[in-house]
Ligand binder design. Structure first.
Ligand code: UTP
Length: 450
């Protein structure tokens, strides 16, 4: 649970102008300082450099910053997660005969989490079946379900914090990838902001959803890191290549999970591209979209954050898209069909056009952030039907968890769904059954909100 954050040096617009910013869970507060610093730069003698950074004062830049500021967990959010952790730990320990260990992993501790991200936990000393029985009897935990998939997961809703939790049996490799991502999250603030915008985009369009046949949120983070390692000059290093040769490999479950985890000073010494990338956060964000829309060779190449050189696909691989796990020999996109891959590619291409045309708009934005990431604008019609199903299931889950009209996220999803429904229904692209079921269960009017 301890989160130790290092200070990061962020090269913002040019490598000559470093802003030293210490990161922490309350980074949202620091951002106002950051925004001010940027605005000062505008009036400074750096106008010349700014001309060459055409997106850096654009609306897209302000959208990226807003997205980061809105979604980065505050200390109050972290406190809520901690309460969940403590309560779960004490419940399991009080009832189980053996001492139970509980560890947090995933985005709430890897530096790329959102305010309302699910809390990922792993347990040792108790089976998930026993844990389920305990939680079922504890008032504060509702919607306790055990899902039996490749890695069985016990899902629950913790009422006092209003958070969802996922418990798995000890998964040491996931702990290592959490540490790896956390190290990446501390290297460059502008890269982190771009990753937040990229993840937020995928989340807003409900594409980071494995159950709907797309790819996980974790896989989207890997896509973003890969792009940041591949651009010239790179914005992020390949930490697994920087580990020193005489270091003893950290072997976990038969996989080498070593990576460079040294100090910032040491990183600056051994990584020759340190501080050389001069792109702004929005340029990096747009670059990611462009890369996956137009440049990445899906048929022949592998997305791998283990190495800088291009990894070619093995002929024997029949997968439609290969995103290599940083440690395990596993493809994070192994389940994606040709059809879903096409939908994702179309999404990247539409999102790229959408945000690229905003680059020349002025910095000040009066529109709410959600409207910039509205899936109705960013998705093709046929993708909408898949996404609607995902949203519908999310709403059902939220409703059964007791999250409803008063919840901002719930309302937002509801509004978006209504917009979508009308768009598709008018064009007769939506099955009648689906429309009726949605109207019966979730109509805004039926919730007396209008
Ligand atoms: P999630 O895909 O739930 O995403 O994976 P996330 O990183 O927590 O992002 P949010 O919650 O949408 O912000 C949770 C964690 O599970 C492990 C990783 O440690 C990941 O951070 N994981 C997930 C894997 O190890 N492999 C996978 O294929 C998926």
């Amino acid at each position: 649970m301890g989160h130790c954050f290092r200070s990061v040096v962020n090269s913002w617009a040019t490598s000559n102008h470093f802003l030293k910013i210490s990161t922490g869970f309350d980074e949202s507060k620091k951002l106002s300082f950051h925004m001010k610093a940027r605005l000062c730069m505008k009036s400074h003698k750096m106008k010349e450099e700014h001309k060459s950074h055409k997106y850096s004062t654009s609306l897209v830049e302000s959208i990226c910053l807003q997205c980061y500021k809105r979604n980065i967990p505050t200390s109050a959010d972290v406190a809520k997660q901690e309460r969940l952790y403590k309560k779960l730990h004490s419940c399991l320990n009080a009832t189980s005969k053996n001492p139970v260990s509980l560890y947090q992993f995933g985005s709430t501790v890897n530096g790329f989490g959102f305010r309302n991200s699910d809390v990922d936990l792993s347990v040792a000393g108790i089976s998930l079946i026993q844990a389920k029985a305990i939680l079922k009897q504890t008032h504060d935990f509702t919607n306790v379900v055990l899902i039996r998939c490749r890695i069985p997961v016990l899902k629950f809703f913790y009422r006092p914090s209003g958070l969802l939790g996922d418990v798995t049996a000890t998964n040491k490799v996931a702990h290592r990838n959490t540490k790896l991502l956390h190290r990446y999250s501390t290297i460059s603030l502008k890269s982190k902001i771009a990753i937040y915008a990229f993840k937020y985009l995928a989340k807003s369009c409900h594409l980071s959803d494995v159950d709907s046949g797309f790819i996980s949120s974790y896989a989207f983070t890997i896509l973003a890191i890969y792009y940041l390692q591949q651009i010239e000059p790179p914005a992020l290093p390949v930490l697994q290549e920087l580990q020193s040769f005489n270091q003893v490999p950290t072997m976990i479950s038969g996989f080498n999970t070593s990576f460079f985890d040294g100090s910032e000073k040491e990183l600056a010494r051994i990584w020759c591209s340190y501080g050389r990338n001069e792109y702004s956060a929005s340029q990096l964000f747009l670059g990611m979209l462009d890369f996956y829309a137009n440049k990445f060779d899906y048929e022949n190449h592998v997305v791998s954050i283990r190495q800088r050189s291009i990894e070619r696909r093995r002929e024997s691989r029949f997968d439609n898209f290969v995103i290599e796990d940083p440690f395990e020999n596993r493809n994070l996109a192994s389940r994606i069909s040709v059809q879903k891959l096409k939908l994702i590619q179309d999404f990247f291409s539409k999102a790229y056009s959408h945000f690229a045309q905003l680059q020349n708009h002025s910095w000040k934005s009066t529109k709410p952030l959600e409207s910039r990431f509205n899936p109705g604008l960013l998705l093709h019609e046929e993708t909408c039907v898949y996404v609607l199903r995902g949203m519908y299931n999310n709403l059902k889950e939220m409703k059964t968890c007791g999250i409803s009209e008063t919840n901002e996220q719930y309302l937002h999803t509801l509004f978006q769904m209504e917009q979508f429904m009308h768009k598709l229904y008018k064009r007769r692209r939506l099955p009648q059954k689906f429309h009726d079921s949605f109207s019966r269960n979730f109509s805004i009017k039926s919730l007396h909100l209008l």
